[in-house]
Write a protein of this length. Structure first.
Length: 254
């Protein structure tokens, strides 16, 4: 895993191109650690991508074959590695962007589904391939997929393990857009430019409110929404936004 910060963006790159960037427990732990210290005062976003031709091929099958653990040990490993990644992505106080440069399969697909934004190269393929090795979706896949694509399509993806192309992934809202591979960097850079001009602290509040209200009763959701809006009222970004509107200028959310 290669991690670097540049121009208020944290870039996280899977760096096992010879293994199609397959996940190991160590790689998952490294990814979770890269998402641990995200300060909205310093960073505007995180971009996750893969080195080489793949985004991530999911779990490392060779590592699975060599694994020798009890059921309890397996549970703890999944919760502390793959589960921790999902928690970090879903609760990150800055937007997480998946730049899907190639195939995203298994846990790779789950990571794409957990991200706040996902842009895919048009020739990329995506699939919840867990069933093909006798597993169920992890890294949050059973949580995020039904919410993104609907119950029936989530079952189709999880039960068949079939790969879909990036265009269908965009139609299903698994990714925001499928673009030609040579335009992927520009598409993500355009998004980052937009996000950098917005108040990151307030994006964090909106993200938390949206996620916490998923599946909640309307009345509870409205109470929670009012709570987060009250927090937003007390931010410098809100003050600047109001002043800019009244002065007829663009807000400067620095």
């Amino acid at each position: 895993m290669h991690v670097s910060d540049e121009d208020a963006v944290r870039h996280v790159t899977f760096d096992r191109p010879d293994a199609s960037n397959a996940f190991t427990a160590d790689a998952a732990s490294e990814l979770a650690a890269a998402l641990d210290d995200l300060d909205p005062a310093v960073l505007d976003a995180v971009v996750v991508t893969g080195e080489g031709d793949a985004f991530s091929a999911g779990g490392d099958i060779q590592a699975m074959a060599e694994r020798d653990e009890t059921a309890r040990e397996a549970y703890d490993r999944v919760r502390e590695t793959l589960g921790r990644v999902a928690e970090r992505v879903l609760s990150a106080p800055v937007p997480v962007v998946a730049k899907v440069n190639g195939d995203a399969v298994g846990a790779g697909l789950s990571l794409v589904a957990a991200a706040d934004f996902a842009y895919a190269a048009a020739d990329a393929r995506l699939g919840a391939s867990f069933i093909n090795v006798g597993l169920v979706p992890d890294m949050g896949g059973t949580v995020t997929l039904p919410r993104l694509v609907g119950l029936r399509t989530a079952k189709e993806l999880a039960f068949t393990g079939d790969l879909i192309d990036a265009e269908r992934a965009a139609e299903l809202d698994l990714v925001n857009e499928a673009v030609p591979a040579d335009e992927l960097d520009d598409a993500v850079d355009d998004l980052l430019g937009t996000l950098s001009a917005r108040p990151t602290e307030n994006i964090a509040l909106a993200k938390a409110a949206i996620h916490e209200n998923l599946g909640q009763p309307v009345d509870d959701g409205l109470k929670r929404e009012a709570h987060f809006q009250t927090l937003a009222y007390d931010t410098d970004a809100h003050e600047e936004g109001v002043e800019a509107f009244l002065e007829g200028r663009r807000p400067d959310f620095d």
